[in-house]
Design a protein around this ligand. Structure first.
Ligand code: CTP
Ligand code: MG
Length: 407
């Protein structure tokens, strides 16, 4: 192991996790995308300071632990040893391995950490180590007690209710000056459940630093659920919604001297539609709906009347140009629905043909319906047509800041 590091960390992961009740030993139970041990080591790998890490694993999981150590920690900075039947035996095995790696006495601080506190932030490790160096005391991360705690007779009778303001919840990593700690555990009696009591029993001072809610010890299935919720809450903010809808409306007056083009098709013997382009209200409303869905403006602002590409242009030209804008902004068309309101042409006989034509251009289902307005309004008086379209688009690529849709 890397002999220059001053910081030694023992990660005890040899427990079976009886209270969690999982088939795997607790440190190898998954918490979202990684095991508890992987989470614990990931926080350690993020320390600025170089560290020497010993993972104490169940003897039946030494290979699995080695695989995780090799993958998560910097090369040469981690080792795996087998633990014992009691946590204190496991701690001793880890400390012994650290001592063995420290022939030239570089280690000044040792941290003892529970793999079960898988989400302990890196900052807690750094805070504890710094405080040990400042004070030469034993250092424990602690949080104020929230629940009311009582002493009982071991059964149902309460003997005393504790003064909560004097109580604290203790976490790990617990840190110690390495030499003093080794001496303390060498002379310790059995039955100490935490590392600090061993150190204090040898006559050393013990102080606290601020712990962290995320350093909870995962013990029961409910704790695992809490840890999942913490992880989810810390996940990066979601992308903007993946689906967006848009709407578009277009109106053109009849022009009996022009050819009639609607839905991208030619309609012989029908009055044409007036406009800078061919007046294809179905195609233009579709373009507006698509641009609106992607937050890319509208047909007027995108394809101006002074742009020669669009003078007298067919609907297909606008639709193709619109598709290109959507693709560049990372959007795909999911579907489009268009309603034409017009006295002429009689639409029904060619409805399917129009749908197939537009679906072919957009590469997505386009449905088109038509109605008259029962003699009412400008469409009823056969002065012109209205088309209304809605579109649904899906984001297929992360949108760069430059073409982020306007909201
Ligand atoms: N531990 C250990 N060796 C043991 C017992 C515990 O290394 N003989 C480790 C656990 O792997 C855990 C930490 O000490 O990271 C805290 O122990 P605890 O939460 O009690 O874990 P388990 O003993 O595995 O769980 P349980 O008590 O429910 O069986
Ligand atoms: Mg236990």
């Amino acid at each position: 192991m890397n002999a220059s590091a001053r910081l030694g960390i023992v990660v005890v992961a040899a427990g079976s996790g009886t209270r969690l009740g999982h088939a795997e030993p607790k440190a190898f139970v998954p918490l979202r995308e990684a095991t508890l041990l992987e989470h614990a080591l990931t926080a350690i790998a993020r320390l600025d300071e170089e560290a020497r890490v010993v993972v104490v694993a169940p003897s039946i999981r030494l290979d699995a632990a080695r695989e995780i150590v090799d993958r998560v920690l910097a090369p040469g900075s981690g080792a795996v040893v087998a633990g014992g039947a009691e946590r204190q035996v496991s701690v001793a095995a880890g400390v012994a391995a650290l001592a063995e790696s420290d022939a030239d006495g570089a280690l000044d601080v040792v941290l003892i950490h529970d793999a079960a506190r898988a989400l302990t932030p890196t900052a807690v490790f750094a805070r504890v180590a710094a405080r040990v160096r400042e004070t030469q005391a034993g250092v424990i991360p602690a949080l104020p007690m929230i629940d009311t705690v009582a002493e009982t007779d071991g059964g149902t009778a309460i003997e005393a209710v504790a003064d909560r303001s004097r109580l604290a919840v203790l976490q790990t990593p617990q840190g110690f000056p390495f030499g003093a700690y080794r001496a303390a555990i060498a002379s310790a009696t059995a039955g100490h459940t935490d590392d600090t009591s061993v150190f204090a029993a040898a006559g050393h001072d013990v102080v606290t630093v601020v712990g962290d809610e995320a350093a909870l010890k995962i013990t029961t299935p409910w704790d695992l659920r809490r840890a999942e919720l913490l992880l989810d809450a810390a996940a990066p903010a979601a992308l903007p919604p993946a689906l967006r809808t848009g709407v578009g409306v277009d109106v053109h007056a009849y022009d009996a001297s022009a050819e009639c083009w609607l839905g991208g098709l030619f309609w012989p013997n029908e009055p044409g539609l007036a406009g800078h382009s061919d007046g294809d209200a179905v195609s233009h409303a579709t373009c507006d709906a698509l641009l609106s869905a992607a937050g890319l403006g509208d047909i007027g602002s995108r394809f101006g009347v002074d742009d020669p590409r669009f003078a007298d242009a067919r609907g297909e030209v606008f639709l193709t140009a619109t598709l290109e804008l959507l693709a560049a902004a990372g959007y795909r068309v999911e579907n489009v629905a268009v309603q034409l309101i017009a006295a002429r042409p009689r639409f029904a006989p060619r409805r399917v043909e129009v749908e197939q034509h537009l679906s072919g251009i957009l590469g997505a289902p386009v449905s088109v319906a038509a109605t008259t307005s029962d003699g009412l309004g400008f469409t009823g008086r056969a002065e012109g047509v209205t088309a209304i379209a809605t579109a649904l688009v899906a984001r297929v690529a992360r949108v760069s800041a430059a073409d982020e849709p306007r909201r």
